[in-house]
Write a protein that binds this ligand. Structure first.
Ligand code: ADP
Ligand code: MG
Length: 261
């Protein structure tokens, strides 16, 4: 049983505050979902938890089973059991996925001879063709293929807690089905804890959410059950935004004059 605890997390980038006190706790087997408008700080939250350079943590804590993640390098956080599926996976020319996974297994003291069999089994399960595995990591893959690739790494590495930043963006219906079903199975079989960032309820048809959190301007303003995701998908974020920023009904009307005052 593992627990990721984010407590009062405040962070800035280039001197601009982006996260303004985020609290969220994810335990093994649970699926927590962060939804929020563009620019509300969702990717920043995922980057700061994982330790991507370029952010300054000004307050708060990130603890995995009581261990201070903020004091560790990103690779040490990964070794401790955190995994981040990036919104925009990085291309790494000259390095194959298998090379990366072998190094990860070695760093974690796991038997790296298992890697190729695990890769083969998981790529079949997630619907990835064998020749993709021979290519450089994420190079010449479509957006959706990169997201499948992130899911494949997640399945082979078996972390304790996975953060998924818009895993569903770019996935077609079949890939979305395979990836979300695989991750849901991990929450049951491996007790994986998930912090999923998404705009769409469709990811949650197979990946069953326990809690939905609404992130606005770097702060969680409301949390609720899966019904909150349904409400957000149909009504948007207007009720969480100051009146001056909420899209007016006129703007939502496709026949409204966009230049009308
Ligand atoms: P989301 O993922 O919710 O769309 P992001 O976390 O990517 O939002 O960004 C939140 C805000 O922080 C945006 O206004 C973005 O422009 C700003 N931001 C993100 N990274 C940086 C950075 N490195 N330097 C300055 N501003 C940044
Ligand atoms: Mg983002």
């Amino acid at each position: 049983m593992s627990t990721l605890k984010v407590r009062g997390l405040c962070a800035s980038a280039g001197g601009t505050p982006i996260l303004n006190g985020v609290d969220v706790t994810v335990s093994s087997g649970e699926v927590h979902v962060i939804m929020g408008p563009n620019g509300s700080g969702k990717s920043t939250l995922s980057h700061v938890i994982m330790g991507r350079p370029g952010y300054e943590v000004t307050e708060g804590q990130v603890l995995l089973d009581g261990v201070d993640m903020l004091a560790l390098a990103p690779w040490e956080r990964a070794k401790a059991g955190l995994f981040l599926a990036l919104q925009y996976p990085t291309e790494v020319p000259g390095v194959r996925l298998e090379d990366v996974l072998v190094e990860s297994f070695r760093a974690a003291g796991r038997d790296d001879l298992q890697v190729s069999a695990l890769l083969e089994r998981e790529s079949r399960r997630i619907g990835i063709e064998a020749d993709f595995l021979e290519r450089s990591l994420n190079v010449d893959l479509s957006g959706g293929e990169k997201k499948r690739n992130e899911t494949l790494q997640l399945a082979v590495l078996e972390p304790r807690i996975a953060i998924l930043d818009e895993l569903d963006s770019g996935l077609d219906v079949d890939a979305l089905h395979e990836c979300s079903q695989r991750i849901e199975a991990m929450t049951n079989e491996n007790h994986l804890g998930v912090l999923a960032i998404t705009h769409y309820n469709r990811l949650l048809h197979e990946l069953r959410a326990d809690r939905i959190h609404v992130l606005i301007k770097g702060r969680i303003v409301e949390s609720g059950g899966p019904e909150l995701a349904t409400e957000l998908e149909s009504d948007g974020y207007a009720r969480f935004l100051p009146a001056a920023e909420a899209p007016s009904l006129g703007a939502a009307d496709p026949f409204a004059d966009p230049f009308a005052v």
